[in-house]
Design a protein around this ligand. Structure first.
Ligand code: 76R
Length: 248
C-alpha cells in the first residue's frame, strides 16, 4: 500500500446553494416580504457577529447563471453547528421563498506534501490560521468539487509518496504565482460528500479564476489526475446588495 498523505483538519464547511422562488416572492404581501427580508438581515448580522468573535466564518455570494441564485458558505467548529444553522435558516419565512439548489459538506484541509519534515505544523501559527480561515470579502467566488483519478495507469492512490509530493510541489508553485490575486480554500470531503475535495476560490478579478484553473489544467496533477464537477461562480452579496436584490 502507498503511504497515506497526512492531513490536518480545521473548520467544517457547508456550501448551501439556493434559488429564489421569484414568483412566490412577487406575489407575497408587502408585509410578508418585509418580514422575510428582516429575518434574512438578522441572520446575516448574526453570522457576521460569529465571524467577529472568530468562532466561524460565513461568505454570502449571488450565483451567476441558472444553477442557483445565491450561496451561503459557512465555516464552523462542528458539524452540529452547521446543521443548526441550516435548520434555523430553514425555519425562517425567507427560506420559504427559497428552493435548495445544491449543497456541499466538507472540512478545511491541509495535507503534508509540502510540510517541513520533523516540525509540528500545529506550532506554526500560519498553519493554524489557514485551518480556521476568515473568508475573504473578495468581489467573486468560484466553487467546484474534484476527485483525484483512480483509473488504469492514472491512479493517484497507487503512486508512491515521493512521486505525489513532486507533483504537488509543481502544483503549489503554479498556485503561488497567484498569491495576492486568488485565495484558495481546499476542503476535504472524503466520507462526507460525493467528491473528494471542494475547491473554493476568492478573487477581486474573476478572470484570475480562469487563468489559474486553466494553467493548472496543463500541470500533471490536474492534467492526468483531476476530475471536476460543476462550477459555480458568483458575486459578493453584502447585506445592502442582498436587500437590493430582493427589492421589487
Ligand atoms: O498548502 C500549500 O500551500 C502547499 C501547496 C498546496 C497543496 C498541498 C497547494 C497550493 N494546494 C495543495 C493541495 Mn491546491 N488547488 C487545487 C485547485 O483546478 C484544478 O486544477 C485544481 C483545483 C486549485 C485551483 C488550487 C489552487 N490543492 C491541493 C489539493 C489536495 C490534494 C491532495 O491532498 O492530494 C487539492 C485537491 C488542490 C486543488 N493550490 C495551491 C492552489 C493555489 C492557488 C495554491 C498556492 C497557495 C499559496 O501558496 O498560498
Amino acid at each position: 500500500m502507498s503511504e497515506v498523505a497526512q492531513t490536518l483538519e480545521g473548520w467544517f464547511a457547508l456550501h448551501d446553494f439556493r434559488t429564489i422562488d421569484w414568483s412566490a416572492w412577487r406575489h407575497a404581501e408587502e408585509s410578508e416580504r418585509r418580514q422575510a427580508a428582516d429575518e434574512l438581515q438578522s441572520f446575516l448580522t448574526e453570522w457576521s457577529d460569529v465571524e467577529s468573535s472568530k468562532a466561524g466564518s460565513t461568505a454570502v455570494y449571488s450565483i451567476v447563471g441558472q444553477k442557483a441564485d445565491f450561496v451561503f458558505m459557512h465555516l464552523r467548529e462542528t458539524l452540529e453547528e452547521l446543521n443548526a444553522i441550516e435548520t434555523a435558516f430553514n425555519k425562517t419565512l425567507f427560506a420559504e421563498f427559497t428552493v435548495p439548489a445544491h449543497s456541499y459538506v466538507s472540512v478545511v484541509e491541509l495535507s503534508n506534501y509540502m510540510a517541513q519534515p520533523g516540525a509540528d505544523p500545529m506550532d506554526n501559527p500560519e498553519v493554524v490560521a489557514r485551518l480556521k480561515p476568515i473568508l475573504p470579502k473578495a468581489n467573486h467566488i468560484c466553487f467546484y468539487p474534484m476527485n483525484k483519478r483512480r483509473s488504469g495507469n492514472d491512479n493517484w492512490y497507487m503512486l508512491g509518496m515521493d512521486e505525489r509530493r513532486a507533483m504537488m510541489r509543481s502544483h503549489g508553485m503554479i498556485g503561488r504565482q497567484y498569491a495576492g490575486k486568488v485565495k484558495q480554500i481546499i476542503t476535504g470531503s472524503v466520507g462526507f460528500d460525493d467528491w473528494e475535495w471542494g475547491v473554493t476560490l476568492f478573487a477581486d478579478d474573476p478572470i484570475q479564476f480562469k487563468k489559474l484553473v486553466y494553467e493548472m489544467r496543463f500541470d500533471e496533477v490536474s492534467a492526468r489526475f483531476g476530475d471536476f464537477g460543476d462550477f459555480y461562480i458568483g458575486n459578493l452579496l453584502s447585506s445592502e446588495k442582498f436587500a437590493a436584490m430582493l427589492s421589487l
